[in-house]
Design a protein around this ligand. Structure first.
Ligand SMILES: [Zn+2]
Length: 253
């Protein structure tokens, strides 16, 4: 398992550097560039990107890809495991089988990001710094780009919060704001950050306010943030979000 994690980490960290390599580079220099399986995995990954990530499309049968990449079956299968682990491809056996392009699961992706960051150690101050930067960028863009559909989505999220258990839904509005910016990268990073924030929030018994008070405070400020975004007032939305994030600091460890 440890070797697999290491190989995966290497595959992820070196993706960018090797993305422009041609097939000839990999075949002739594969060993000089480190383990062969991550190298082949990067090549297949580049092939998926070059095709425009066509989810569900057949990349080829195992025999075809073995011939194309000219590696042993064991190396090829190890590279497939890396790609499957990262949600890039799925393998179907039997008649009509082969290696297909798949869509990485966002839950697994953000959980992997959050776990990785946790394993490196984080302080509440670092979490706050990054969360503030991303959240303020999100409200800026949301207030600039808000349209009727975005407004409906924000209102629906506020309604769900008022009906439901806020401990479960507390991050939903933050993610919705990132979502209506239309920037998927922003949304992905905020998703990972909210998982980290949840993991670093004090339990109800450790907090100085009652749960009812905390819920009321959060509902009130969420409402105010949405009002500012919907009216397109970027500066006001930003101030309110900043105040909200600062107010959350005492509840983080
Ligand atoms: Zn909030």
């Amino acid at each position: 398992m440890e070797r697999h994690v290491e190989a995966t980490t290497e595959f992820l960290s070196e993706r960018q550097r090797h993305q422009t390599l041609g097939l000839a580079d990999v075949v002739s220099n594969g060993n000089a560039r480190g383990p062969l399986a991550p190298t082949i995995a990067r090549q297949i990954y580049s092939e998926v990107i070059a095709k425009g990530w066509p989810v569900g499309d057949l990349l080829g049968s195992e025999a075809e890809l073995l011939a194309r990449y000219r590696v042993s079956r064991s190396v090829f299968r190890e590279s497939l495991r890396l790609l499957e682990f990262n949600g890039v491809v799925t393998t179907r056996r039997g008649l009509g089988g082969g290696i297909f392009v798949s869509r990485p699961d966002v839950g697994a992706t953000v959980e992997a990001m959050a776990s990785y960051i946790e394993s490196r150690g984080i302080t509440p101050e670092q979490l706050f710094e990054v969360r503030q930067a991303i959240e303020l960028a999100a409200v800026d863009l949301a207030a600039t780009r808000i349209d009727a559909d975005g407004e409906r989505q924000l209102e629906a999220t506020i309604e769900a919060e008022n009906r439901g258990d806020l401990r479960v839904l507390a991050q939903a509005l933050h993610l919705r704001i990132a979502e209506i910016t239309g920037n998927r990268i922003l949304h992905l990073f905020l998703h990972a950050l909210t998982l980290l924030a949840e993991a670093h929030t004090l339990g109800p018994t450790e907090q100085t306010v009652t749960e009812a008070e905390a819920l009321e405070n959060v509902q009130r400020i969420h409402r105010a943030i949405v009002d500012a975004i919907v009216s397109g007032d970027m500066a006001l939305a930003r101030r309110r979000m900043e105040r909200h994030l600062v107010a959350l600091v005492p509840y983080q460890h």
